[in-house]
Design a protein around this ligand. Sequence first.
Ligand code: PGA
Length: 249
Amino acid sequence: MAVIAGNWKMHKNRGEALAYLQEFAPLVAGSDQEIVLCAPFTALAVLSEPLATTGIALGAQNVHWEAAGAYTGEISPPMLTDLGVRYVIIGHSERRQYFGETDERVNLRLKAAQRHGLIPILCVGETEEQRHQGLTEAHILAQLAQGLVGVKVPQVIIAYEPIWAIGSGNTCPPEEANRVIGVIRKEITLLQQATSQATDHVRILYGGSVKPDNIDDLMAMPEVDGVLVGTASLEPQAFARIVNYRVAP
Ligand code: PGA
């Protein structure tokens, strides 16, 4: 079963979210994939109840690490679980780039999410410049090493999202996504062994300009356990085609 997660980012009010669901849910009704819709905080409440009767899970796009407190503008893990949220994106490159997100805070958020029974989707990935300088692996491994301290690794979903591929239409070639995810998997396995954690299979997704016309090739890659989709998840027909990907047996 693949994880197919949509990240709506800062899109869709309540009415738009419900209209989307009405069109999207029947298109994926027979799917046995793990489908996740990561909606803005303001659309979570209205999606929660109608989603419960579908096989689609609700996700958020960030979470604070404290359960409650004087943190103006923040949303806590229990606030999310109260709404039926089961997944949360942590460390998205847009949070890192525009909102000063650090690996240290990513780590706090990951641990807090797990304490409260949320499944974190941890995003890692290199900039175009880092890639050109040959720093792709070193950068990602540093993000993992710092982000995953004290985290139950088998219960994290990791998303490899090369920043140059996000929102650019410039998808990472499937073979290269497969290679980098293989590198991540090796590192994760070492980390699991070093911290005496079960070496269960960790789901690792690809993200960055995933579309109906490249999903089949991406999902054909042996290391790719699913995808995290931004732009193409905003349109029900496109996202449904991604959920219903076809890989030759
Ligand atoms: P994109 O975004 O699909 O629009 O490239 C992916 C993401 O940011 O998760």
